[in-house]
Design a protein around this ligand. Structure first.
Ligand SMILES: Nc1nc2c(ncn2[C@@H]2O[C@H](COP(=O)(O)OP(=O)(O)OP(=O)(O)O)[C@@H](O)[C@H]2O)c(=O)[nH]1
Ligand SMILES: [Mg+2]
Ligand SMILES: [Zn+2]
Length: 313
């Protein structure tokens, strides 16, 4: 038996880097496949696994998955409780956001941040495709970046095509395992290519992102850069849901709310109609932005409606 690190998962087989530095393909042992789990994928990129030879003595299979330090999970609005583990054991995330082509909404950013806040995984918000912005777009970019830098998230500005901000981005990856995430077409693979030209990842060949349904990257995959840094490229997602979080818990995943929760009069405060609410008071004092407070209420209502819907079934 040897240990390995999952570099890629296609659902039916896994690409693994073994402790002997060999790249092998392995399948999942039957019992793991059948295990009672809500996850659509029991093994994800970044997982540390134990490998064993199949009965034929030839092929490898994954016999066990080591406990995860952390993971990014996304749940499906269609199937109650079905969850997809995007990656495990990561040091930080780059959330690639674009103001235009395609537009990344603050609601999408907030939902992604909820996925990382549970484990306190650091997130850097990267505003890519700067080169496409006019004065108005640049203003909007600055405003949006401010919403997040003011609550402690690092923000940087890049252009993969014009090679702007790439050195800064590269420095942030040093000695880390970084997950790169965002809508399809924001330039995730392009940024990785700009950082390391040896990668030559497939990118959308259209000069300007137009087709919303297009996904150029189809599976999450970890790449080992020459300098030892690791980056996980992921396929773009359209939506990000959290249906495993109860409505009352939502504010625990908003950093600027989390630190104020103890000051609310009621410990199950939903920060909407209750008296003596520290979150609402902070919002009224402009210490919490309109955008984030509104976003909180939207997500709270969405999750509440979802819970009701399933309770009635
Ligand atoms: N103008 C401009 N175009 C960019 C920039 N970064 C990427 N693009 C273009 O945007 C398109 C999409 O880039 P990709 O790197 O394939 O996007 P992706 O995020 O990997 O998309 P998926 O793999 O589908 O999730 C390509 O045509 C890139 O050339 C940028 O900074 N500026
Ligand atoms: Mg891609
Ligand atoms: Zn409150």
């Amino acid at each position: 038996m040897i240990k390995g690190l999952v570099l890629k998962s296609t659902g039916s087989w896994y690409e693994i880097l073994t402790e002997n530095n060999e790249r092998i393909n392995a399948r999942l042992k039957g019992v793991l496949r059948l295990e009672d789990t809500k996850d659509t994928n029991p093994v994800a990129v970044g997982d540390k696994v134990i490998l064993q030879k199949e009965d034929d003595g030839q092929d490898w299979m994954i016999a066990a998955v080591e406990e995860r330090e952390n993971y990014i999970i996304r749940s499906s609005p269609k199937h109650k409780g079905a969850r997809q583990v995007i990656a495990a054991n990561i040091d930080q995330c780059l959330l690639i956001a674009t103001i235009d082509a395609p537009r990344t909404s603050t609601g999408f950013i907030d939902r992604f941040l909820m996925a990382t806040e549970g484990f306190r995984i650091p997130v850097i918000i990267v505003f890519n495709k700067q080169d496409l912005l006019d004065q108005k777009g640049l203003k909007k970019q600055e405003f949006t970046a401010n919403l997040y830098s003011s609550i402690g998230y690092k923000t940087i500005f890049t252009s993969a095509t014009e090679k702007q901000g790439i050195t800064e981005l590269e420095a942030l990856l040093k000695d880390k395992t970084t997950l790169i995430f965002g809508h399809s077409g924001v330039g995730k693979s392009s940024l990785m290519n700009a950082i390391d030209s040896n990668l030559q990842l497939k990118t959308n060949t259209l000069s300007r992102f137009s087709n919303r349904g297009m996904h150029t990257t189809t599976f999450a995959e970890m790449y080992l850069l020459e300098n030892g840094d690791r980056i996980i490229d992921t396929p773009g997602v359209r939506e990000f849901g959290h249906y495993n979080i109860s409505p009352e818990e939502v504010s625990h995943y908003f950093v600027e709310m989390r630190e104020r929760l103890n000051a609310c009069k009621f410990n199950n405060c939903t920060h909407s109609y209750e008296p003596d609410c520290a979150v609402k008071a902070a919002w009224m004092n402009h210490e919490i932005s309109d955008e984030r407070y509104k976003s909180y209420l939207n997500i709270y209502e969405e999750i509440k409606a979802h819970y009701k819907h399933w309770e009635q079934k």
